[in-house]
Design a protein around this ligand. Sequence first.
Ligand code: KIV
Ligand code: NA
Length: 275
Amino acid sequence: SVKSVTPPMVERRKGGTPLVCLTAYTTPVAAIADRHCDIILVGDSVGMVLHGLPSTLGVTLEMMILHGKAVRRGVEKALLVVDMPFGTYEESPEQAFRNAARLVAETGCAAVKLEGGVTMAETIRFLTRRGIPVMAHVGLTPQAVNSFGGYKVQGRGEDGERIVADARAVAEAGAFSVVLEKVPDALARRITAEVPIPTIGIGASAACDGQVLVIDDMLGMFTAFRPKFVKRYAELGHSAEAAVAAYAEDVRARAFPAADHVFGDGADMSSLITP
Ligand code: KIV
Ligand code: NA
């Protein structure tokens, strides 16, 4: 079997070749990501990307477990991290441990991710001391959208010190890495230089120790909105639209199914086409 990436291996990559991370929510997409990524994140972005929710606030532990199990089946080598959804960890370290343990036990992920800095440090310490590696997430933390009043850049000007303190606190508490979302480039550079664990940027800086994107964003499959930090590497949404339109046209014109797609009486005909 292929040796898989572990949280300590990720932590040792500080300052090295950038860590490559993408989200995944399904087995086949996870299998593609696994061939190229160091880390695969089952993000609570799944709620917006695949379930049509208006924010990540309605995502449940059950949704994360279902998608976590699906992704696990597609992953052989990358480190699998599953997001803790809103309301499953903020109350107490004990609540966080109980729910993180379910994610680990039921999905087979090796680590969990949760949002928050100074406020969540005690919880991060509680989990890491009890065998659950934690990836932290500071800067724009989407589960706090109502407190922020929108998905705004965080840490501009003097507010930068707050994000620095958050990043320091999660590193000190034992997180093996930290996602830095939607903060100024210079701030992300400074935090990357000052904290001892790898920073994984999204809308942050090329100087981070790694990068993460939501896979449906970079594939052009999620198009409801497009943050500035998303680089589109494909336009699968357009391809899918054109394919569905062509199918509809074929069906209405009785051009599909064609001779290739229907069965004769011969016993020798296989019903499967090799890929
Ligand atoms: O939910 C998610 O996809 C995330 C990443 C964008 C970091 O938290
Ligand atoms: Na998330």
